[in-house]
Design a protein around this ligand. Structure first.
Ligand code: BG6
Length: 254
């Protein structure tokens, strides 16, 4: 803690909490845009936070992305994680397998020596297929577990970067650009005011559920994500943020 004080991380945390109007911010040293190991440090900080807040028997919904993959990688077993159930936050969002919530959820549960359930739903569904799939008992059961989660852990992305990574069809891409999306989180795209301007249709946690979830942890860093983090936090004021010095200094410098 003395080290963190000397580095000025505590001050950055206080400044960000105030600027973003959120209850808790954790800042790790470095900039994940430049040094890949910083993502793992965010992962470590996020794991500590999860262990602090979780109770045996809780359900945790986890989103996808490379930052969440780092959280999974840094996960370790703990008595607090006994009987914790890990589930993916939402169904397919067009990500490659290593970035999918299912993959990350399974890995995190294995590292925690906890349990997991997965959602097996394809990415692009017609309205009819979607309606009948959510009525399938196996899917329905997992969806109910997701909806009763006590914690959601997710990344935040820069909108156009995410849309490209997901190979978003041209029509949707045009919409994302025309409506000035700057942020993305679990398949929702937001403009700088925090309004939803586009959404990937899938099952699982919807934005409206978040205010009812006891603990929501967002993990995102790198100076390139500062704008995205600011925009998203307008929409999610009870979140806890784990970020890095790169993003934090970009805010303060603005
Ligand atoms: C996606 C998540 O898989 O990854 C989003 O659904 C998140 O919530 C995005 O914004 C971030 O990815 P990364 O690789 O920048 O951590």
């Amino acid at each position: 803690d003395l080290m963190r004080e000397a580095l000025g991380l505590k001050e950055l945390e206080a400044a960000l909490q105030e600027q973003l109007g959120i209850p808790r911010v954790i800042v790790v040293a470095g900039d994940s845009d430049r040094s890949p190991w910083v993502k793992k440090e965010m992962g470590r900080a996020c794991v500590a936070c999860m262990k602090e807040l979780l109770e045996p028997g809780d359900i945790v919904a986890v989103a996808g992305g490379t930052t969440m993959a780092a959280v999974a990688e840094m996960m370790t077993p703990d008595s607090k994680l006994r009987d914790v159930l890990f589930v993916p936050a939402r169904g397919g969002l067009g990500e490659d397998v290593e970035n999918q919530a299912n993959t990350i959820c399974a890995k995190m549960a294995e590292k925690a020596m906890g349990r997991y359930r997965l959602l097996h739903v394809p990415d692009q569904l017609s309205d009819e297929a979607y309606a009948s799939l959510v009525e399938e008992p196996a899917v329905k059961e997992v969806l109910e577990l997701i909806q009763s989660c006590r914690m959601v852990v997710h990344g935040i992305g820069e909108a156009v970067t995410m849309a490209k990574r997901r190979k978003t069809p041209p029509v949707e891409m045009e919409n994302i650009i025309a409506r000035h999306a700057v942020a993305e989180a679990f398949g929702y795209y937001f403009n700088e005011y925090g309004d939803v301007v586009h959404k990937v249709k899938t099952v699982g946690i919807q934005l409206e559920h978040l205010p009812h979830v006891e603990h929501v942890i967002a993990v995102a860093g790198g100076a390139s994500k500062a704008k995205a983090i600011r925009a998203y936090m307008k929409r999610a004021p009870h979140s806890l943020l784990v970020t890095d010095e790169g993003a934090a200094k970009a805010f303060v410098g603005e």
